[in-house]
Design a protein around this ligand. Structure first.
Ligand SMILES: Nc1ncnc2c1ncn2[C@@H]1O[C@H](COP(=O)(O)OP(=O)(O)OP(=O)(O)O)[C@@H](O)[C@H]1O
Ligand SMILES: [Mg+2]
Length: 372
């Protein structure tokens, strides 16, 4: 087991104008499960491959524990990688697939056998040890790929979208198994996915990348509650946070007929940039549906924003209303979570008020978070 440090690690592919991964800085703790997430092409696999030694590092350093591995060969790094396509050897049995790396490393036969049987037990693969990969289900193949990594007892597991070949239901089961397994083994793990739900449910911490640049590293809870910028705000959470551009005012910003409080400093920061607007974010579950009764301080209009219901998604326990609202003279799409027992109809008008303390304010120009 060991810590993993990306110390301004940079990878620029030959002929590329800008770095695929630019000065990546993450300090991963011993035993931590860190998830790298972001849209396609943001540099997740490149980051992982730099750590694996499969990609040159053009700037900065990578350390495993206190060993500088920046220019070390992959085999000398004491890591094991699980790929998206598993890459099992089709002509070998499950047991031989799992033990192959140990055999190459010259580990004694009896030792290999012990480790393979142990891993098979953990992964529920004991009865399949004599089979060839083609006689296994997708989920079982995935577990063999995990087994191949486990038997090596590495300091770090690296996983690049290991669940993307599985159907939706199996993916959910398997992600729980992998997270549980990692916690039991306590092996430091760097896990890549483009699926933010997977990231949020599996990671001790989540690192969000965009265009090769780290946006935020945080616990899933903090990532959700205090996204550092507009990109993270829109990327993490499903349905996504409502983000609406509104004019700057003194002491707060107007969201429909409600005032969203914003600190003076935050407004000053925005004004200093020459911004005339800020972007307010409200998660779908952070609206109170006020009916027609509540009134705002300023006039007799109902408080908040009038949302005309276009589509209702009923999920049983709750539901999502997809509607439109006029905010600042423009029609905006708004998503509101409602209780499953009081679902409105298409065409209804809901008056929704952002719950105090549950709003987010971002600089429209730089995207950075302005509210606390
Ligand atoms: N071998 C390569 N040569 C040149 N450019 C590359 C190479 N591999 C990746 N890139 C570029 O580097 C950037 C990051 O790619 P990377 O594979 O790390 O993205 P990713 O986040 O893993 O995406 P995905 O979710 O699609 O797997 C992309 O713009 C990609 O086109
Ligand atoms: Mg990738």
């Amino acid at each position: 087991m060991a810590t993993v440090t990306f110390d301004k690690a940079t990878r620029t592919y030959p002929g590329a104008e800008r770095a695929a991964v630019d000065k990546l800085e993450i300090a991963i703790e011993d035993g931590e499960f860190l998830v790298l997430v972001g849209p396609s092409g943001c540099g997740k696999s490149t980051s992982l491959r730099m750590l694996a030694g499969l990609e040159d590092v053009n700037g900065g350093a990578i350390r495993i524990g206190d060993r500088d591995v920046t220019h070390l060969a992959p085999k000398d790094r004491d890591i094991a990688m699980v790929f998206q396509n598993y890459a099992l050897y089709p002509h070998m049995t499950v047991a031989d697939n799992m033990g192959f790396a140990l055999k190459i490393a010259g580990v004694a036969k009896t030792e290999i056998r012990t480790r393979v049987e142990e891993a098979a037990k953990i992964l529920d693969l004991t009865e399949y040890l004599g089979r060839k990969p083609k006689a296994l289900s997708g989920g079982q193949r995935q577990r063999v790929a995990m087994g191949r990594a486990i038997v090596r007892e590495p300091q770090v597991f690296l996983m690049d979208e290991p669940l993307s070949n599985l159907d939706a239901k199996l993916r959910v089961q398997t992600r729980t198994q992998i997270a549980g397994l990692q916690r039991r083994l306590g092996t430091t793990t760097v896990y890549v996915t483009h699926d933010q739900v997977e990231a949020m449910t599996m990671g001790d911490r989540v690192a969000v990348l965009k265009d090769g640049l780290l946006q935020q590293v945080d616990s899933p809870r903090n990532m959700y509650d205090r996204p550092a910028n507009l990109f993270v705000a829109g990327f993490i959470g499903s349905p996504a946070m409502n983000l609406v551009e509104v004019p700057l005012t003194d002491g707060g910003v107007q969201f429909g007929n409600s005032i969203v409080p914003v600190s003076r400093e935050a407004i000053a920061v925005a004004a200093d940039k020459g911004d005339r607007t800020v972007t307010v974010g409200v998660r779908p579950e952070h609206f109170d549906v006020a009916g027609g009764q509540a009134t705002s301080l300023a006039n007799d209009e109902p408080a908040g924003v009038a949302v005309t219901v276009n589509v209702v998604e009923e999920l049983g326990a709750d539901g999502y209303v997809y509607g439109t609202a006029e905010i600042g003279g423009e029609q905006k799409d708004i998503v509101v979570r409602v209780g499953g027992r009081q679902v409105p109809l298409k065409g209804d008008v809901l008056h929704v008020v952002p719950r105090p303390g549950e709003t987010h304010v971002f600089s429209t120009s730089s995207g950075e978070r302005l509210s606390d």
